[in-house]
Design a protein around this ligand. Sequence first.
Ligand code: ADP
Ligand code: MG
Ligand code: MG
Length: 879
Amino acid sequence: RKFVYFFGNEDTDGKNSMKDLLGGKGANLAEMANLGIPVPPGFTITTEVCVLYLEKGAYPDGVLDQINDAIENLERVNGKKFGDIENPLLLSVRSGARVSMPGMMDTVLNLGLNDDTVEGLARKTGNERFAYDSYRRFLTMFGDVVLGIKHEEFESAIEAKKKQLCVNLDTQLNIDALKELVEEFKGIIRKNTGKDFPQVPREQLQMAIDAVFNSWNNQRAITYRKLNNIPRDWGTAVNVQSMVYGNMGETSGTGVAFTRDPATGKKVFFGEYLINAQGEDVVAGTRTPQSIETLKQTMPDAYAQLVEIYQKLENHFKDMQDIEFTIEEGKLYMLQTRNGKRTAAAALNIAVDMVNEGLIDKETALMRLRPEQIDQLLHPMIDPESEYKIVATGLPASPGAAVGKVVFTAEHAEEMAALNKKVILVRTETSPEDIGGMNAAQGILTVRGGMTSHAAVVARGMGKPCVAGCDALSIDIHEKVFTIGDFIIREGEYISIDGAKGCVIMGEVDLITPGVTGELETLLTWADEVRKMKVRSNADTPHDALVAREFGAEGIGLCRTEHMFFGDDRIPVVREMILAEDEDLRKKALNKLLPMQRGDFIGLFRVMEGYPVTIRLLDPPLHEFLPKHEELAAKLRDLEATVSQTGIGERGNLKRLMERVESLTEINPMLGHRGCRLGITYPDIYEMQVRAIVEAACELKLEGIDIVPEIMIPLICHVNELKSVKQHVVNIVEAVLKEKDVRMDYLVGTMIELPRAALTADQIAHEAEFFSFGTNDLTQTTFGFSRDDAGKFLPFYVSDSILENDPFAVLDQEGVGELVRIGIEKGRSTKPDLKIGICGEHGGEPSSVKFGYRIGLDYVSCSPFRVPIARLAAAQAVL
Ligand code: ADP
Ligand code: MG
Ligand code: MG
């Protein structure tokens, strides 16, 4: 079997479509070579080898021979020899999984150097400083990545050396200093490992390859995989590549760039580079890099070539590219290209622009934005009307505004987030260990680093606001404060950041939420042309309905009438109704509620202008409308402390109220007296609600707005329940229509939210004119997980991978989803054109929306803010 794939202009084995096997980096290096772009030759050891190696602890047969052959090939095309003293070939060893995992896997450069080859390199290039600069870099990376020695040990030796020589930059270290550092580094390695640094290049190479494979299972990689749902069994490839040198002097350098602005999506070449530098210098934040435009002056030829190449790459991959390059004595080499990570705003703008440029079609554009990214676009920015004081500015590394309390460590950020506290993570710079904390924070603020620093790249990927490189700031980690000029900000104090402008603000600012306009509107219009499933919204008030309409909802899929019963003017009447001792008193209370409910529905219908509105009759157990027993008991104790006459009467009332509360209290209210069970035992409540709905619809009919009310009966488990309640509902509707002398279509349907209902949906469909799957309750009753108590164990289920996701957030397709599928199939076996939707959290969750389309839903219904997400997800479901 082929385990090793060569790349280099003439004999390249791989190509772009082989990412699974070669990893993203390897596949694209091969593709660039195929395109005739200058890439230092090398070879890729496949992901398959990684998986087998990690499983068995040994390499599969044949791998080592294939590596030997590939090295011979490399020696031939380079005209250098690996380990040779006269003209040594040096290698980089680079990881590369299927999808890019920034900062997760480490790279070793200049491999093959030892005490002899370093001399050879110096003689051959006539540049001794360069040779020793490369050697000390190699020792550091090898020590850190392969031998697991803390990077700081090497770093502090360099710092000490710089201090000793009174210089600031690595580039100012002279040959003698570098030679001394090499000896010190070897000492550090000996001290830490108890062994000498391995001088034999073949041994170095083997150890480095092993280390890359093993790094697939380091903690940082595991965390990143978890956050991004990357399967463990993908493995990583290893790329072994001939070195080119950006550290050969003033005509050499290295850089990274994006073919368009990854923060805004604007069509400008965007990047940074450093002269006389190697590898990660640009992103490490140790020297502040120069903007790519200046390369035009410093190295015009290389710049022109770079422009030509980036355009070629963008046209070839038809997407914004994130590229890495090195210039060796004026000659340009490409070291990496990949589809660049970008903010949601950039993803949107680039997708729409590329359609307009004729580079991609609308369908492709629709796939370029993950539906959940829309969330970020609708998320807060600083209210331009508000007043605030900017105390410092840094780089606008990742847009969006955030407000939170200052924390200085990733762990602290995670702790605070666990307590639902909003924090801003303030760091000198971030590193891969901080990922968990970055995820937990509202936003990130760093002192050092450029637009391509770790903090910036990761924050953009996560959609977190980030201000980077804010060097006016200085952190005192021991005192837990940071200062900006005269301002002192302590841990736990509020700050705000605006990642779009790069500013830092004292205290809390007001945030506002943008709407569906501009490019987002364009893209969602394209989505609407493609999708086949309707998107409705859950809305209980005219205000929610208006928001939903603005976001493009095509109806209301769930109006929860109980929400109309709260509010200061309603709750006393509702309590009066519940506590009524006879039918007359109850009727009186219901008559007071009727005009209120009718007003609610008129408002709702008017906003929805004839779009369908599904209204669910009262669902929760009645005790939810009553005060808590403990509260009453406390009040009673207070009253008993006084002995006035009025107190006695009041006490009597209170005691009666307590008795009633007690009698309504249930051990397990979610499985108790609720839903249609209320309708059956207290038919006059539903009667009032139905009357209010129909009277409202009649009134709008007079205004010329045609409504087809959809009356929904909750929590049916047996067809006979529906039969009984429905008969009652129909009688009232007909009576009201007769009274008003109006003719109107209406539908009576049901929620399917109990497993028995799904399993007997064929019977239920005889009585129902539509179904709406209430997947929240259906999840609760299918798993037997109480929604209100699952917080105690569900997080553990998810973190221990017992469940892949929280089933209340992401529909469990195999279990709950299967019940939905059965329900649809059975329902339609009775009524082929039965209208079916889902309401509940899952209606706005992209994977659940796509599943819903596959099993034949007519519509999904979700909260207003998720409507745009569902529109895009529904379009993607079709593509
Ligand atoms: P990452 O996945 O973290 O980006 P890379 O494998 O891309 O790691 O390596 C990081 C950097 O090391 C590259 O951007 C490049 O600057 C440098 N590098 C890697 N391979 C070579 C090489 N063959 N010659 C010169 N520089 C290299
Ligand atoms: Mg890296
Ligand atoms: Mg890279």
